[in-house]
Design a protein around this ligand. Structure first.
Ligand SMILES: Cc1cc2nc3c(=O)[nH]c(=O)nc-3n(C[C@H](O)[C@H](O)[C@H](O)COP(=O)(O)OP(=O)(O)OC[C@H]3O[C@@H](n4cnc5c(N)ncnc54)[C@H](O)[C@@H]3O)c2cc1C
Length: 266
């Protein structure tokens, strides 16, 4: 049996379409905003932050001075985002999103992750279509098990027994001899004896508002170790690419992993 090592890959994120943005700013007489963007880029801000601030400023006609008599000064994108978070104007963070590929995560993890409904999208490896096997299918070993040799031996034996049983069932039904539809229905029927801990792949996208919420919920010490570890990897990527999203967050090491808490709910 393969030992799975859950990993996160940032495969995409929202980007600015420069010609389109420039055309909009020209049409509305807001070209000054290009300087505000240039300043933000020198501060290390990314497109996710820039897009969020663009929509926040669009709401108040505050992309540049002189468009709204109530606006007396133009804030930097950094200050604008911090203020927006502190005011709880969370909806502007729904415009931008991150796209992740989660590799070798258990079906325990994916079952919990897909409970999030708001501002997220998932594309999960099909258990109906993808065959399992002792040399193909991985299992993540949680530390509670891995740290106890006797428990680990029983855990591995049980998982291998299940995967070998699956291979025997494929043989009984001579699965390779059938057409695609029958292969699919057999694969799906036989997967029922697979352990819930088997590793699989899932594509996970979330807008920034949802991301902040999920980081708090799933890095919490009350959550399961594997999901804390995986969402912790995501939080690290977000820290690197979109640090302002985590503004106001309290990060502390709990039980060997970082936990994030946000006093301000977006
Ligand atoms: C530590 C931990 C333990 C858990 N234990 C269990 C358990 O034992 N059993 C179990 O079934 N689940 C459990 N869950 C899952 C939990 O109940 C939620 O289903 C899951 O975390 C999704 O979060 P969410 O409801 O905030 O949804 P999200 O989709 O992430 O929603 C984000 C926010 O949007 C709002 N929202 C979303 N949908 C609605 C709606 N329909 N109506 C009103 N507001 C909405 C809420 O403010 C919500 O917080 C656990 C979660 C955690 C983090």
């Amino acid at each position: 049996m393969k030992i799975a090592k859950p990993q996160v890959f940032l495969v995409g994120q929202t980007g600015i379409n420069v010609p389109g943005l420039e055309a909009y700013l020209k049409e509305t007489g807001n070209q000054e905003f290009l300087e505000v963007i240039a300043e933000a880029r020198t501060q290390g801000l990314g497109d996710n932050e820039l897009i969020s601030s663009f929509f926040a400023k669009l709401c108040y006609r505050s992309l540049s001075l002189g468009k709204n008599a109530n606006v007396k000064k133009i804030r930097s994108i950094k200050d604008n985002i911090i203020r927006t978070i502190e005011e709880g104007h969370g909806s502007i963070f729904e415009h931008a999103c991150f796209n992740f590929a989660l590799h070798d995560v258990s079906r325990v993890l994916t079952h919990e992750l897909v409970r999030h409904r708001d501002g997220v999208a998932f594309s999960q490896e099909s258990g109906r279509y993808c065959r399992l096997g002792i040399d193909i299918t991985g299992m993540y070993i949680p530390p509670e098990i891995g740290n106890n040799p006797e428990a680990l031996a029983i855990f591995v034996e049980a998982a291998e027994h299940a995967l070998l049983s699956i291979e025997k069932l494929y043989e009984i039904f001579e699965i390779d001899e059938h057409d695609f539809a029958r292969k699919k229905s057999l694969t799906s029927a036989i997967r029922r004896v697979a352990p819930t801990g088997i590793a699989n792949e899932i594509g996970f996208s979330a807008n920034l508002r949802a991301m902040r919420h999920i980081i708090a919920a799933r890095t919490n010490e009350g959550a399961e170790y594997e999901i804390r570890m995986v969402i912790g990897q995501i939080a690290k990527i977000v820290e690197e690419h979109c640090p302002l999203l985590l503004h106001g967050g309290v990060k502390k090491a709990v039980a060997g992993l970082y936990q994030w808490a946000f006093p301000k709910h977006l």
